[in-house]
Design a protein around this ligand. Structure first.
Ligand code: UD1
Ligand code: UDP
Length: 409
């Protein structure tokens, strides 16, 4: 079956000692978290592998936030599909992404397409690669909440991508088991760890050497602080299922907490989605609270430095749930479900939903009860050891060089 797929290297071919031709690996992505999790893989592939040639295709979905990440890793896209439109609907984005990626794959003819995670562009790129009969590698495969509506639309994006992909890079054993439950063959899955830890280790190293300065934040809140620096709650949010009432509750909880804890600072880099900005601006952008700081989305290194500076983190983000435990920071997750049970099981992450009172109570507990705080503030690393990229590359090499199966890992 594999031999019917288009590759430069017929599987099992012997090159008689000559250098085999390179395989072109196309990375298709569009959002900030995809970039954070794919950049270390692209860099490692470029630096360490002379058989795999990278082709970096960005969809343009998150123009500004993506550029911030690419700059940190020094990656220049080979092509930008310029798909972003203000306030695009999911169907509108999907239809334009499918048509444009179709054209891209027809022109570039890669030997493999790599996608990461569960955004709409992941599903679109996988579907179109399948139509072109190009093998697909899925990084961060197998995360599930088993709830079609949460996260929306990501749960269905990743289920559909799993059905289409050829190589499944599961970050943990739990995610690998989810894939097996759905009938994915074991030989096509491998537990690699999450590439976000590879990215985080690179970032932590850099911010240690040169702590960034965050614009529009007072000195005492900067990453480089002294022991008596005030407590800091870092906040992020962007999930579609929280739009409307969910975000309003979150904002009201923050104002209530800012009143209750005047010495604690609440720093919120606000996502660029207008559905997030509207309630945040309406409810939080008042001059009433000197301890609420609304700032622009931070570039990756400053954000990592702020996570490290924070006392605790309030978020609905997936990536932050994976990074913060490595930094020993308690995370309260403003969602009802999570596809990342590992840190919850270890006790460093807790679900609080978007219930205003629950958010207030749990932040309150962590800010006032040292024992509770210390229980959650464990530096554990359930998501990886920083070597996920190496493992993924090994499997891809194996796929092209030997049998076309992942069983050689
Ligand atoms: C997207 C992904 C989501 C991922 C999240 C990470 C989809 C459908 N959603 O959500 O899976 O978890 O990124 O952050 O793939 N906007 C800008 N500039 C930006 C970003 C957003 O202007 O850099 C505005 C635009 O008006 C856009 C809107 O936000 O229309 C929504 O952006 P979109 O990419 O559709 O969804 P996100 O909420 O960012
Ligand atoms: N992040 C960032 N700047 C910010 C907020 C988040 O660089 O201002 C990083 C964060 O470290 C994590 C990723 O963005 O790696 C998470 O992105 P997001 O929450 O948008 O998406 P999700 O992970 O939920 O898909």
């Amino acid at each position: 079956m594999r031999s019917s797929l288009r590759t430069n290297v017929p599987l099992g071919q012997n090159f008689g000692g000559r250098k085999p031709p390179m395989n072109k690996i196309s990375f298709i992505f569009g959002t900030r978290p995809e970039a954070i999790k794919l950049c270390p893989l692209i860099l490692t592939m470029q630096k360490t592998n002379d058989k795999l040639m990278t082709h970096v295709c960005v969809t343009g979905q998150h123009r500004e936030m993506l550029a911030q990440v690419l700059d940190v890793f020094g990656i220049t896209p080979d092509i930008d599909l310029e798909l972003m439109q203000p306030n695009q609907t999911l169907a509108n984005f999907t239809s334009r992404a499918i048509a444009t990626i179709d054209h891209y794959l027809t022109t570039e003819k890669p030997d493999m397409v790599i996608v990461q995670g569960d955004t709409t562009s992941v599903f679109c790129a996988s579907l179109v690669a399948f139509y072109h009969q190009i093998p697909i590698g899925h990084v961060e495969a197998g995360l599930r909440t088993w709830n079609k509506w949460s996260p929306f639309p990501e749960e269905i994006n990743r289920v559909l991508t799993t059905r289409i992909a050829d190589l499944h890079f599961a970050p943990t054993l739990t995610s690998k088991n989810n894939l097996l439950k759905e009938g994915i063959e074991e030989k096509n899955t491998v537990v690699t760890g999450n590439t976000v830890i590879d990215a985080l280790l690179i970032a932590v190293e850099q911010v240690k050497k040169q702590p960034p300065v965050i614009p529009n934040l007072p000195n005492e809140l900067q990453p480089k602080t002294s022991l008596d620096s005030p407590p800091l709650v870092l906040i992020t949010g962007h999930r579609r299922e929280n739009f409307g009432g969910g975000f309003e509750n979150i904002c009201h909880a923050i104002t209530e907490l800012a009143k209750q804890f005047p010495q604690t600072h609440f720093v919120y880099p606000v996502h660029l989605n207008p559905n997030v900005r509207e309630p945040v601006n309406r409810i939080l952008r008042t001059n009433e609270f000197v301890n609420i700081h609304l700032i622009e989305p931070l570039s990756y290194l400053p954000f990592v430095a702020m996570m490290n500076r924070s006392t605790l983190i309030l978020t609905d983000s997936g990536g932050v749930q994976e990074e913060a435990p490595s930094l020993g920071k308690p995370v309260l997750v403003m969602r009802d479900t999570t596809e990342r049970p590992e840190a919850m099981e270890m006790g460093t992450v807790k679900l609080v939903g978007t219930n205003r009172q629950l958010i207030i109570d749990e932040v309150n507990r962590l800010l006032t009860d040292k024992t509770e705080y210390n229980k959650m503030a464990n530096a554990v690393n359930p998501y990886g050891d920083g070597k996920a990229c190496e493992r993924i590359i090994e499997v891809i090499n194996c796929f092209f060089n030997k049998t076309g199966k992942t069983s050689c890992h």
